[in-house]
Design a protein around this ligand. Structure first.
Ligand SMILES: O=C(O)CCC(=O)C(=O)O
Length: 245
């Protein structure tokens, strides 16, 4: 399996034209009035929208895509939750991001697969416009080994494709040398007993969580992740919500 061997797998053309157009339109609405990030890591010529759970709109089919869901579940188990979930618009002139691996936020041994993540291309990803750079096989590198520049290769894929990758894979957003923005929906999935990088409960609020499908609510971290894991006021959160509807 490529994901196991290389640490990533590209799923070409998984969105039909209608779903892709709706996702792009939703992305543009979310990006209205959003300025460039204020730090080098996020990118000073990159616009980002975080905490999306309460405004998923046309992104929903991307997050619940069955093939993606089963690839993620095969890596980190059926019970998992979203970590960081964000829209990224890399504008022309944005230099390459510093290489990193997403699970680096957790103080865990390198051989623990704590995250499996997905980048949906909302525009064609090309070597010129800053396609994500990955170091194939780097999910198996020992702690402290960093990629040399020549080890990073662009994930070239058409809009509507996705790359699923290990949270241990070294990668970075590439340098956008093109004339147009490169947009992507980036979705991390983490083990149920880890604190997700985004606080979905607080950002989304009870009423908007209630309005989500049960599947998305589980992915937002609402739901039991084990016998005593995920309680609210000593109760299963789904029951707690039902009793307050
Ligand atoms: O935009 C990309 O291609 C990757 C961005 C990324 O890895 C990050 O910001 O953590």
């Amino acid at each position: 399996m490529t994901l196991e061997r290389d640490g990533f797998v590209v799923l070409p053309g998984r969105l039909d034209a209608e779903r892709l157009a709706a996702a792009v339109e939703h992305a543009d609405r979310l990006l209205e009035g959003v300025g460039w990030s204020d730090n080098d890591f996020d990118g000073r010529k990159t616009r980002r929208v975080y905490s999306l759970m309460g405004r998923l709109g046309a992104f929903e089919p991307l997050l619940t895509h069955p093939e993606v869901r089963s690839l993620v579940a095969a890596r980190i188990g059926d019970v998992h939750q979203f970590g960081m979930l964000f829209l990224s618009a890399v504008d022309p002139g944005q230099g390459a991001q510093s290489p990193h691996f997403d699970a680096g936020v957790y103080p865990l041994p390198r051989d623990v697969e704590a995250e499996t993540n997905v980048i949906w291309a909302l525009d064609d990803f090309t070597a010129e416009n800053g396609a994500t750079l990955v170091a194939p096989g780097s999910h198996r590198w020992p702690a402290g080994r960093r990629p040399r520049p020549e080890e990073l290769v662009p994930v070239v894929m058409a809009a509507g494709s996705a790359v699923v990758y290990s949270g241990r894979l070294w990668h970075a957003a590439g340098h956008n040398r093109g004339a147009a923005t490169r947009r992507a929906l980036i979705c991390e999935h983490v083990l149920p007993w880890l604190r997700p990088a985004d606080n979905h409960g607080l950002a989304t609020g009870v009423e908007r969580l209630r309005a989500l499908s049960p599947q998305l609510r589980r992915l937002a971290g609402v739901g039991m992740a084990g016998e005593f894991l995920g309680l609210v006021a000593g109760q299963d959160p789904e029951r707690w919500l039902a009793e307050r509807s």
